[in-house]
Design a protein around this ligand. Structure first.
Ligand SMILES: [Zn+2]
Length: 455
């Protein structure tokens, strides 16, 4: 069976479905949350739409109280799970060259929030399941395509889902990289709080999500333009940065950074950290000092004394959110590291010690690492499917920093859909995927499902 040809025959339909899903701005919105739509109206709408695709195609669907849903495809004693998500991260209002909430085909690429993370890959896997289902062979597993509505905001959707529904025997999540991910770093999310009064600084704000490098930050200061203008402009020049200084009751400083996924903070420029590097020259405020002392030009935790490199890669550290107003501090850090590191002894204790010296209190949430033997049957079969379809013999199973859904169920790993060396700009402006590669990923998924379902 040439799976690519089968996918290609359905490419217009797949694109149409993707456009329909991407036109729903399914960003977590607590203001419209209610019974049966815990993550807001748009996420509920995206869930209804995906369930409608399943019904249209003649499958049995399941709505798990608006947290997640599923489509059952085919017959089999056991269940093989595919775990994707329908929610997306917020968009910046400026910075996009295409409509944020659509799937626009320009040349060979699709653009729009969700085309790569994760609506496109989820649909690619769904189409793959449909193709394999139409093939006449004796199948070991029924396929269950499961889709959550809160992956980008803590994955409470699948936690709820698996509290109320059984685990599939095994599965994959099409929400990361090809060839296949055998390991994912452990994570600690920190919440730092405190109260530090300041005569000069009225507020500092930046960032929207722990897992995004903030691309802008803003400070409100007492005084007049003349107090800061010269030094601020010199600072921008020195750091090769853009920003602005304006007067609006107070002096307002804005600094631009560059966003990137929080698991690869070294690819971005953190606007909060940059702004605090300037503010540290005009104040000895302990919050500003903490940020400048431990985060400036360091996303590897060297200055915090927690740097480490292991089987799953090097430790990363992202300061994702800062809200500092009327002296009240709320700061969010996202730290990811290999399985050899002790989350409490090596990371939490070290950060707590440093933070308390700056009058900051620490609260945290730890997620364990994931490790599936690269020699296991699951990894081997998924990898073989990838090699079969792409003819890429160069790249083997790998580890990564992103925490995917794979951690939500046993015997599950992340599998595609970003190809090696590609940057689909997930979580960034102009999120994109090469349409041809999306079709190719569907072919890889179909080959993988065939390898696994075959008795
Ligand atoms: Zn995702």
């Amino acid at each position: 069976m040439n799976f690519y040809n089968e996918v290609y025959k359905r490419k217009d339909e797949l694109l149409e479905d993707l456009r329909t899903l991407c036109q729903i701005p399914s960003v977590f919105d607590p203001s419209t949350a209610k019974d049966n739509q815990p993550f807001g109206e748009a996420n509920r709408k995206a869930l209804d739409q995906m369930l409608a695709f399943g019904k249209r195609d003649g499958f049995i669907t399941d709505d798990c109280d608006g947290y997640a849903g599923s489509i059952d495809i085919g017959e089999g004693e056991e269940v093989f799970g595919i775990l994707g998500h329908l929610d997306v991260v917020p968009v910046n209002e400026t910075g996009w060259h295409y409509p944020q909430f659509d799937a626009t085909l320009d040349g060979d690429r699709l653009y729009g929030r969700g085309v790569a993370d994760d609506k496109g890959p989820l649909l690619a896997a769904y189409y793959a399941a449909k193709i394999v289902n139409e093939m006449d062979f004796e199948k070991k597993y029924k396929i269950r395509v499961i889709f959550g509505c809160d992956e980008e905001n803590g994955s409470s959707c699948v936690k709820y889902y698996f509290k109320h529904r059984p685990y599939p025997a095994m599965g994959f999540t099409p929400d990361a990289d090809f060839p296949v991910v055998f390991g994912e770093k452990a994570m600690v999310g920190f919440n730092l709080t405190g109260k530090i009064d300041d005569e000069k600084i009225i507020s500092i704000n930046g960032g929207t999500r722990s897992n995004i490098v903030p691309n802008n930050a803003c400070a409100c200061l007492e005084g007049s333009l003349e107090d800061y203008e010269e030094s601020f402009n010199a600072f921008l020049k020195e750091n090769n940065a853009t920003g602005s200084i304006t007067m609006n009751n107070h002096v307002v400083l804005k600094v631009d950074g560059r966003s990137a996924h929080g698991s690869v903070p070294e690819r971005g420029t953190n606007a909060i950290v940059l702004l605090c590097h300037y503010l540290h020259t005009i104040t000895d405020n302990k919050l500003v000092a903490f940020i400048d002392d431990y985060f400036y030009e360091d996303t590897a935790g060297k200055k915090l004394g927690i740097a480490h490199s292991g089987a799953l890669g090097a430790l990363t550290n992202n300061l994702g959110i800062l809200n500092y107003e009327d002296g009240h501090i709320n700061m969010v850090l996202d730290v990811r590291f290999s399985n050899e590191v002790d989350p409490i002894k090596d990371v939490v204790d070290a950060v707590t010690k440093k933070a308390s010296a700056y009058d900051l209190a620490v609260d945290y949430n730890a997620t364990p690492s994931l490790y599936v033997d690269p020699e296991s049957e699951l990894i081997q079969k998924l990898h073989a499917a990838y090699v079969d379809v792409t003819n890429d013999h160069e790249h083997g199973p790998q580890a990564m920093g992103g925490g995917t859904y794979a951690k939500a169920m046993p015997n599950c790993v992340a599998f595609g859909a970003e190809f090696p060396g590609r940057d689909n700009k997930m979580h960034e402006d102009d999120e994109t995927i090469v349409f041809e590669e999306l079709l190719q990923s569907a072919a890889v998924y179909a080959q993988a499902l065939y390898n696994i379902l075959k008795k």
